[in-house]
Design a protein around this ligand. Structure first.
Ligand code: PLP
Length: 496
């Protein structure tokens, strides 16, 4: 494809993309295809001769679109949203054009410098404490990761290295020796990562990747599924009793099931109770709900992270209008990352890196090569302005409140199970035989729910019926033994 052919193809593709967005509200959200639908539609072998763009584009219409789940549909109310906007798509186009796997500053200075600047913009937009800025005295800073799961696995490896290093050095071993290495490997299996049982599975996966243990703190319905200080203390004490060393704790700001909040202040206070607990790396996973921080009224939450928090991640690609992937990770001390991940063979050396005056993001993440993702974030922030981003968050939270009120208004049929939060309403269908259980009497309309097999069965039936129609896509889950339906209204195209 030469330049002129590309120009023609791109014009046609852009028309198609705009038409797609215009038509998406009318499309069935979940495709009506069966597993394996695609293989018979695609030739068994790759083409020997070049094909025309027109034919390729036609196949997108005929073969791909029918098999898509339309995450951009206003009727997509499942999981959490994966937003995309036109400025973000433009960012992707430029990023692909400049393709430069900028692992070192020298590999493309604009990629690295733009990432550092944009991460500072994001930190400020979210009202994060100054310790997470690249200009902070404590060596803080942000880096773009592929996903929250990558961010969490990366910091768990860094946390493991930091903790085990401290322990081995305290025992008098000399870094770089075989004995030091052996002792590190002796201690590593005793390390434990801790999180609540409502924490996203990426925390358990991170512990697996870091080669350590994982223990969970049970969250309760009466605590609105948030991790409390006292329940954390029980798990920490049990670890102490078992001769294990907690090294990493995930606090969640917006759990996947119910968008619950862990009790940050209580948890941090508990961690101060013992010197060993003070050494635990504390991470805040705000993958979805962290986007709310862009609106001033939520920024009081970020103030909690000024002390006692080592790192924070959120996904701009969920609720903040930048398309996948744009997961941002902020650390209080970048040396924790680089000490763990900087392996520099001769072929990666260059005078700028050797001087130590530039950032080489390969030492802040697991992969070496990286995409120029800062561009699309820059484009989105500039195109919307902070006021546009705040308006999006406020509008969608408003829609969530309207939905929760509608559910409350039919308390004869439904009961809200956890406090509606950040566009998410978690509810179930009532057991018609069950006596009133306080749902209507409570001030916030949240029922005091207990396990009920009739309510479970009805809720599952309603959930399955809705999804089988394909007009709306929602998800369900089980919390504290209760089957619940989740409805999320954070999609940019959603309207009242
Ligand atoms: N953390 C939380 C709270 C989430 O809700 C999710 C996904 O929904 C993740 C982490 C994982 O996100 P990612 O797909 O970016 O790895």
């Amino acid at each position: 494809m030469d330049g002129q052919q590309f120009r023609d193809a791109a014009h046609s593709a852009i028309d198609d993309i705009v038409n797609y967005f215009d038509s998406v509200p009318e499309r069935r959200v979940v495709p009506a295809v069966e597993p394996g639908y695609l293989r018979p539609l695609i030739p068994e072998n790759p083409p020997t001769e070049p094909e025309e763009w027109a034919q390729i584009q036609k196949d997108v219409d005929d073969k791909i679109k029918p098999g898509l789940t339309h995450w951009q549909s206003p009727n997509f109310m499942a999981y959490y949203p994966a937003s995309v906007t036109y400025p973000s798509i433009l960012g992707e186009m430029y990023s692909a054009t400049f393709t430069a796997p900028a692992f070192n500053w020298l590999c493309s200075p604009a990629c690295t410098e733009m990432e550092t600047i944009v991460m500072d913009w994001v930190a400020k937009a979210l009202g994060l404490p100054g310790c997470f800025l690249s200009t902070s005295e404590n060596n803080g800073g942000g880096v773009i990761q592929n996903s929250a799961s990558d961010a969490i696995a990366t910091i768990m490896v860094a946390a493991r290295e930091r903790r085990v290093r401290e322990m081995v050095l305290a025992e008098g071993f000399k870094e770089g020796t075989a004995e030091y290495e052996d002792r590190k490997m002796d201690l590593q299996p005793r390390l434990v990562a801790i999180a609540s049982d409502q924490t996203h599975s990426s925390a358990a996966k991170g512990a697996l990747i870091a080669g350590t243990r994982f223990r969970s703190v049970t969250a309760r319905l009466e605590d609105d599924m948030g991790m409390t200080g006292s329940r954390l203390r029980e798990v920490l004490e049990k670890c102490d009793k078992d001769g294990l060393t907690p090294y990493h704790l995930t606090m969640t700001f917006g759990t996947t099931n119910t968008c619950g909040l862990d009790r940050f202040a209580e948890i941090k206070a508990v961690l101060q109770e013992k010197p060993a607990w003070q050494r635990i790396w504390v991470h805040v996973d705000a993958a979805y709900a962290g986007a709310s921080l862009v609106a001033d009224e939520w920024q009081y939450i970020a103030k909690e992270f000024a002390e006692g928090v080592d790192s924070f991640n959120m996904n701009l690609h969920k609720w903040l209008l930048v398309n996948f992937d744009a997961s941002v990770l902020f650390v209080r001390n970048r040396l924790d990352l680089t000490n763990a991940l900087d392996i520099t063979p001769t072929y990666l050396r260059n005078p700028y890196s050797d001087m130590g005056t530039v950032i080489d993001y390969r030492n802040w993440s697991i992969s070496l090569g990286r995409r120029f993702r800062a561009l699309k974030i820059w484009f989105v922030i500039r195109s919307y302005g902070l006021n546009g981003l705040k308006a999006h968050i406020r509008k969608t939270i408003g829609l969530g409140n309207i939905f929760a009120d509608l559910v409350r208004s039919r308390s004869d049929l439904f009961e809200i199970v956890t406090k509606p939060a950040f566009c998410l309403t978690v509810f179930r269908v009532k057991n018609p035989q069950a006596s009133a259980n306080g749902a209507n009497g409570s001030t916030d309309g949240v029922a005091v729910c207990t396990a009920d097999t009739v309510a479970d069965g009805l809720s599952k039936k309603v959930y399955e019926l809705i999804n089988s129609r394909g007009e709306i896509f929602i998800t369900s889950t089980v919390i504290a033994g209760i089957y619940v339906i989740r409805v999320v209204s954070a999609n940019p195209m959603a309207e009242e």
